[in-house]
Design a protein around this ligand. Structure first.
Ligand code: FAD
Length: 479
């Protein structure tokens, strides 16, 4: 097949692309950028560090590298535009939390590792605010804390267990277990039995953060290529990212930070799964509507359901309701069409109405979905192999906004300093994830768990006994 010339490709690519990227999420649309792709890789380049992926992981790695060693040459190569992936589509929680609950974390990694990781993540979430200030990134960073509401008696038990576990780790500064009245005073939603609140963490406008971070990387001398698919990579003495029109050779390291999209590559297909999450967003609510809801602190909000949910009060007065998305697709396929499924958006709209029946007439102005990368034990991977000259960051599941900045900082320290071994100080980052099962077992298992969690939540919210297979499903799903 004859390849088109680089300049013809460039012309096609630039035409109207910014407008298409506005459709990806409300966050990209309201990021204040015109989203026209930057220059693509048109020839061979040589740099010190070449990074695959222009999301938070890739950009934070570039940012911290340039902070630690300003003379480094760093290039980020992004297939679409910076923020096209989960980083430009998420719920805006910047929380010091890992994908699994604290008790499970302690079981997997031990008390000390769990405590040190959660404490370090708290600092990392605060650091994002500090970088925003220093770099003048108006990412609407607000130190709101986190509020988890119990909306059934069994959810109240989970809140109590979570509280006891955090207390046993000594992580209870400004942590409150809330009774019904106290919880309702924070947020007046239906069916509240109590909850837990902590001042740890913040909310952000992820679109403004990811686009602002890209500009900060450029100001520090980093080079960002967009609209460029990395087709293959080499490690060791010939470390490089290979693209259609040229290679980015890396003297010191290549970094792989492609999150869920990596699952499409054979070498990652059993290391992580692409699981989707979807979001509906209301119009800005009126002062009366807000008065009836409360939620004055704008905390990152959720309940203790198994099919996770996350709610955010945006700074322009909307409610974002996010939850798990479309069913897993055979062979770890990622499909933009699957995450536009109207039935799932309608179900989420129903969930929102169930929380606040008075919002029945509030218009949904935006809805979108995205993919997160999930490893077999739901823990993120961060690693650096100095001999093979390859760094890897992925698998944050739905908890990557603060964690990616933290992991990227650790990786940057290891790349910049030949004697540093910073990642291994945090055993929550597994160097090599366990493998997922082969297909079709993977598809059957994941679909079964997704379906079982819906059934378990439905029975719980209707006050019915748990489905007979609930213990089995929970054990299989690791909750
Ligand atoms: C709907 C949704 C809601 C979420 N909500 C939250 C939340 O509220 N709080 C939270 O902490 N986390 C949340 N997450 C998770 C969080 O957004 C991610 O963990 C985080 O953004 C991961 O950043 P990343 O850079 O690793 O991956 P991504 O942002 O996905 O970036 C990977 C990038 O790599 C690029 N890429 C992939 N392959 C190639 C290739 N071959 N060549 C070139 N480029 C390539 C992709 O185009 C993409 O831009 C959510 C995720 C989703 C999808």
């Amino acid at each position: 097949m004859k390849l088109e010339s680089a300049s013809a490709f460039e012309a096609d690519r630039a035409a109207g692309a910014g407008e298409n990227y506005r459709q990806v999420s409300y966050w990209l649309a309201s990021s204040g950028d015109d989203l026209t792709p930057r220059q693509f890789v048109d020839k061979d380049y040589t740099v010190d560090v070449a990074i695959l992926g222009g999301g938070f992981s890739g950009l934070w790695t570039a940012y911290y590298l340039l902070e630690l060693e300003p003379s480094l040459s760093v290039a980020v190569v992004e297939r679409e535009i910076c923020g096209f992936g989960a980083s430009g589509r998420n719920g805006g929680w910047c929380s010091p939390r890992l994908p699994i609950e604290t008790a499970a974390l302690v079981k997997q990694c031990g008390i000390d590792a769990a405590r040190s990781a959660l404490s370090a993540l708290k600092v990392a979430a605060d650091d994002i605010g500090r970088v925003c200030e220093r770099e003048s990134i108006d990412a609407e960073y607000r130190k709101t804390g986190l509020l988890s509401l119990a909306r059934s008696p069994s959810q109240l038990k989970k809140a109590e267990q979570a509280y006891d576990c955090l207390r046993s780790l000594g992580l209870n500064d400004d942590l409150e277990l809330l009774g019904k009245e106290e919880a309702v005073a924070y947020v007046n939603a239906s069916n509240i039995f109590g909850g837990m609140r902590t001042s740890w963490g913040a909310t952000v406008h992820p679109g403004k953060l990811v686009r602002g971070l890209a500009r900060a990387v450029e100001r520090r001398g980093g080079k960002i290529f967009e609209g460029t698919d990395v087709q293959s990579l080499d490690t060791g003495s010939s470390a490089a990212l290979h693209t259609r029109y040229g290679a980015i050779r890396a003297k010191r390291a290549v970094v792989v930070a492609g999150e869920a999209y990596l699952a499409e590559r054979p070498e990652f297909s059993r290391k992580l799964l692409p699981i989707s999450s979807m979001i509906v967003l209301t119009e800005p609510l009126s002062a009366e509507q807000w008065a009836s809801i409360g939620w004055r602190g704008g905390e990152s909000l959720c309940s203790y359901v198994n099919v996770k949910n996350y709610l955010t009060r945006t700074s322009d007065g909307r409610i974002l309701y996010g939850s798990r998305g479309a069913p897993y697709l055979f062979g770890s396929k990622l499909s933009e069409d699957a995450i536009k499924d109207q039935r799932i958006f309608s179900w989420m709209r129903g969930c929102l109405n169930e929380w606040w029946p008075q919002l029945e007439d509030a218009a949904i102005t935006h809805q979108w979905g995205g993919y997160l990368g999930v490893t077999r034990n739901w823990m993120p991977t961060a690693s650096f192999d100095r001999t093979a000259k390859i760094g890897q960051l992925y698998g944050y599941a739905g908890r990557g906004v603060a964690t990616s900045a933290f992991a990227a900082n650790l990786l940057a320290q290891q790349i910049a300093n030949p004697n540093a071994n910073t990642i291994s100080n945090y055993p929550v980052f597994q160097p090599k994830p366990q493998k997922w099962e082969m297909e079709p077992f993977r598809w059957a298992g994941v679909r079964y768990i997704q379906n079982a969690y819906f059934r378990i939540d439905k029975a719980d919210s209707n006050g019915l006994p748990q489905p007979i297979d609930a213990p089995f499903a929970k054990r299989l799903g690791g909750i």
